[in-house]
Write a protein that binds this ligand. Sequence first.
Ligand code: NAD
Ligand code: ZN
Length: 360
Amino acid sequence: MSYKNYPMVSRIVFGRGSFNQLGDIIAPKRLNVKAPFIFLVDDVFKGNPLITSRLSLAYEDQLLFVSAKEEPKTSQVDELVEQIILNHKDRPSGIIGIGGGTVMDLAKAVAIMLTNEGEAKNYQGWDLVKNPAIYHVGVPTISGTGAEVSRTTILTGPERKLGINSDFTPFDQVILDPELTVDVPKDQWFYTGMDCFVHCIESLNGTYLNAFSQSYGEKALELCKEIFLEDSLSIEDSQDKLMMASWHGGMSIAYSQVGVAHAMSYGLGYLLGIKHGIGNCIVFEHLEDYYPEGVAMYKAMRKKHNISIPQGICEHLGDDEFDIMIDVALSLTPLWENAIGDNWEEIITRDKLKALYQKM
Ligand code: NAD
Ligand code: ZN
């Protein structure tokens, strides 16, 4: 057995207001005055002093607002890279992604594609990246995905929705400032928060589980229960703890895998463009056969916060469309191996998946 030698985020700051330190942190990383820092910022912050008035741009630095309406695409990464190359004489000193999972994944992918030839779609998969990425910094503004800590950047390409999983993907620096999450809308808070909860349930109930993953998964789950089921936390404590739950949830799946909800949610995302967090919720509603305790807990959380989940989204789909989603889900072998075991192909039939999708 050969164990994975897993890279981690090398530097991290945690604390309310720590975003103020961004300028000081990146300054020593400036290569020269022509090598800019590129700030990729979620366009929800356009005109919002919480972010924009606290960024200090110098020399050729550039602020690019990006939309998080849709999940990141390989073509979008290629366009951003081209734009950066055309606009600047020197390769950037660094990429700073400020936003949710969408913007953080874009920042990681752009940092990789600035030093690797060809198109982003060619690197979707495991360990296909050849050259180290340029310095990249992640600043999450919503908590749950674990994208701030993970070794992947999930992209939708022409053929598949799959991550660029590589040793060069993790951020060199992360700034965790829970104050940045203050304006997250309640529904979105729940959907992205449930991504973390589902990471814990899928990791803790998977066949890949080991003490490393378990120790992080249990901590994240404990935090999720406190945040989503109890009334004892102040808003500030709840923000702080969800940011750390996201981190621990991400660490938990790093050395194990996700499971049924993620596999099926990828199908919904690929065909219908349904975003990751809400997609996980839509699927998780129907997974009591696989995760009975987790689903019961999830439903209690959803009821407590009075969150509505879209229904009937597969009602009008034809057989071909179900087939596309089923193909995407079934292609994710490690997820099924983790969820079910080595014999998963005998248990997870196309009919079973279709029946589940038909309920959504
Ligand atoms: P998101 O980044 O798509 O953002 C969701 C919404 O919240 C957007 O409308 C965004 O503008 C808004 N938002 C973000 N921060 C805000 C703030 N502070 N105030 C107000 N609005 C704010 O959501 P997400 O759930 O964080 O990320 C989903 C993406 O993450 C998907 O593309 C998914 O594939 C990816 N993901 C990646 C990993 C990984 O390991 N790389 C893991 C899980 C999910
Ligand atoms: Zn997830």
